[in-house]
Ligand binder design. Structure first.
Ligand SMILES: Nc1ncnc2c1ncn2[C@@H]1O[C@H](COP(=O)(O)OP(=O)(O)O)[C@@H](O)[C@H]1O
Ligand SMILES: [Mg+2]
Length: 245
């Protein structure tokens, strides 16, 4: 559904991403990589906020690498940016309405239907509709940021490190939500949190200094030597640990 083909991109003439190719279809496609690997640069290139230097990006049949961000959003690609920004002074419900109004189907669709969908997924938020977003905890703001992206009825969802800074219990909760959402729409997820996210993904790409250096199914990547050594802190002699399977 979303394909990136030999993408190079960077800032002020220096390339960060080099010949990145990947394809996302159903459920969760995951890009893992350390800080500075280029995950957000990839997300910005796909969503039209950074113009790639070369390469192509397809959404379905359509080439989108030269499209403006609003056009890409209108095609149905919704994004939860890094540190998912919410409008802090606005109430939870106003944040959600804002998401709805900026959607393609927007005024044509039914706000109530969309709210029901989001309330179902995030019952905790439903209890805080009147609360200013900025008064909620970081984890709740992160949930709201995801919920707001879903208000646009996306065809495809991109999330840039949505679990960063969450304590373990909340992290698991957010990942469960993401897994549930992925049964409704394909997701491109970027993460540094390898051990928790790789087992959830259908396809995993390892981004290292701007290049894809390994890829495979979630299961394959949990056994991948580079992933185990550099990202899971496992010594090869230990053998693959069962707890991840
Ligand atoms: N706006 C920017 N201007 C210049 N360099 C940037 C900018 N944003 C990111 N970079 C550089 O690009 C590289 C990749 O960054 P980024 O895509 O944010 O990585 P990640 O999201 O994987 O942590 C880093 O070396 C970073 O310093
Ligand atoms: Mg980033």
């Amino acid at each position: 559904m979303l394909t990136v083909d030999n993408l190079s991109a960077g800032y002020y003439g220096s390339n960060v991403l080099r010949d990145v190719s990947l394809s996302c279809s159903d459920e969760i496609t995951l890009v893992i990589g350390a800080n500075g690997a280029g995950k957000s640069t990839l997300v910005k290139s796909i969503t039209g906020t950074l113009r790639p230097v070369s390469g192509k990006i397809f959404f379905g049949e359509e080439e989108i690498q030269d499209r403006k961000a609003f056009h890409i959003a209108k095609l149905g690609i919704s994004t939860v940016p890094e540190r998912g920004r919410v409008f802090r002074e606005m109430s939870v419900i106003d944040n959600l309405k804002f998401g709805f109004e900026s959607s393609i189907k927007g005024k044509k669709g039914k706000l109530e239907e969309r709210l029901e969908f989001v309330k179902d997924l995030f019952p905790d938020l439903a209890e805080k509709f009147a609360t200013p977003a900025g008064k909620m905890s970081g984890g709740q703001q992160q949930m709201l940021s995801i919920a707001r992206a879903l208000m646009t009825s996306p065809k495809f969802l991109i999330m840039d490190e949505p679990t960063t800074g969450l304590y373990p219990k909340l992290l698991k909760e957010v990942l469960l939500k993401i897994k549930t959402i992925s049964t409704r729409m394909p997701i491109l997820l970027t993460e540094q949190n390898v051990s928790e996210t790789v087992p959830l993904a259908r396809k995993v790409y390892l981004l290292d200094a701007g290049r894809i250096i390994a890829s495979g199914t979630g299961e394959e990547m949990m056994k991948n030597e580079i992933v185990r050594r550099s990202y899971l802190g496992q010594n090869d002699k230990e053998g693959a640990k069962d707890e991840y399977n």
